[in-house]
Ligand binder design. Structure first.
Ligand code: SF4
Length: 328
């Protein structure tokens, strides 16, 4: 499959100064992450709040500039192109935001909201706007009768459908779905997830699907990256990662995810303390202060992502140790 997007060693450090302006610190939000997404594929990014997954999405959208690293869309490095070229490329990368209430301008009709990207990116001729808006509404399960309405006349789920219609209006190759169902009622979450899946089959679009719910990520993704303090600590094909997690943090996330069967027995894993501040990330493995398996080496040496099989990488010294000494 063709790679639509490649992210290489992407880093974003935000400068922060103390109240008196005397001290400068850096919030290390994203710390050298790499991944790729192929045509029609979904990469799920999962991790606790503040792990850097939404910042990664904003970096790819170029809403913020990276500190370093490359974002390559179909062979073009979007960190090294002019603003004019960037405007052209924006049509190929779209976003579905978390909050469907704040994502739509309350003063615009649905027809205006959906015509705006058609006009900015010259997707169709002006006299075809109405026809195209009707087509988009139909694709997301709404009616052409909704064109003249305003966002406040819709439920949260319907507003998210409008947000999705706006995202697909430019015929993008890649859509960043940033927690697209976490603000919705549970009863409508699955409808929106199914809509995204159906649109992907129909339009062959690729997704970066950001969420903190492991069940949602499993349902939506072909492969999954687990983030902790701005790094991907484990990445792999979805079933491989869920059935054979290797990183202690992934095991904890999986062990704490809700399951439907209250009598099922699963491995217990423990995590100590709170997530450290991204201003002062621990040396060595950033997870070591909380890891029940931490060894001396973990406090001094950063573990890098290594293949443990062709579709599965993990950044943990434990995997080196097991490889060398055959431990469990
Ligand atoms: Fe735990 Fe060490 Fe692996 Fe980090 S490198 S997750 S501290 S065992």
């Amino acid at each position: 499959m063709n790679k639509i997007i490649e992210v290489k060693d992407l880093t974003k450090h935000f400068k922060v100064t103390s109240k008196m302006g005397a001290k400068i610190n850096f919030v290390k939000a994203v710390n050298g992450i790499s991944f790729d997404v192929s045509e029609g594929e979904t990469l799920g990014l999962v991790g606790e709040s503040g792990c850097g997954k939404s910042t990664t999405g904003r970096l790819i959208l170029r809403l913020i500039k990276p500190t370093s690293g490359d974002i390559i869309l179909e062979g073009k490095n979007i960190n090294q192109i002019s603003d004019k070229e960037l405007r052209k490329i924006r049509k190929d990368i779209q976003v579905v935001f978390q909050n469907p209430y704040s994502a739509l301008d309350p003063k615009m009709t649905i027809a205006d909201i959906l015509s705006e990207p058609l006009s900015i990116h010259k997707v169709v001729y002006k006299y075809h706007y109405e026809q195209e808006v009707k087509r988009l509404l139909h694709l997301v399960g709404l009616s052409e009768k909704d064109m003249k309405k305003f966002p406040h006349e819709f439920s949260g789920g319907q507003r998210q459908r409008i947000g999705i219609a706006r995202a697909i209006a430019t015929k993008p190759k890649f859509i960043i779905c940033d927690e697209p169902v976490s603000a919705l009622d549970v009863s409508v979450q699955s409808q929106i997830l199914n809509l995204l899946t159906d649109l992907q089959s129909e339009l062959k679009v690729s997704y970066l699907f950001i969420a903190h719910g492991l069940n949602v990520i499993r349902h939506m993704s072909n492969k999954v990256g687990v983030m902790y303090l701005g790094k991907i600590v484990e990445i792999g094909a979805v079933e491989e990662l869920y059935n054979n997690p290797q990183h202690p943090y992934t095991k904890i996330l999986l062990a704490s995810a809700p399951i439907a069967d209250p009598f099922s027995v699963r491995d217990r894993h423990f995590v100590k303390g709170e997530v450290p501040s991204p201003i002062s990330i621990p040396l060595g493995c950033s997870f070591h202060p909380r890891c029940e398996f931490a060894m001396d080496i973990c406090k001094i040496k950063i573990p890098f992502l290594k293949n443990i099989d062709p579709n599965h990488k993990v950044a943990c010294h434990l995997s080196d140790y097991q490889e060398r000494f055959g431990g469990e």
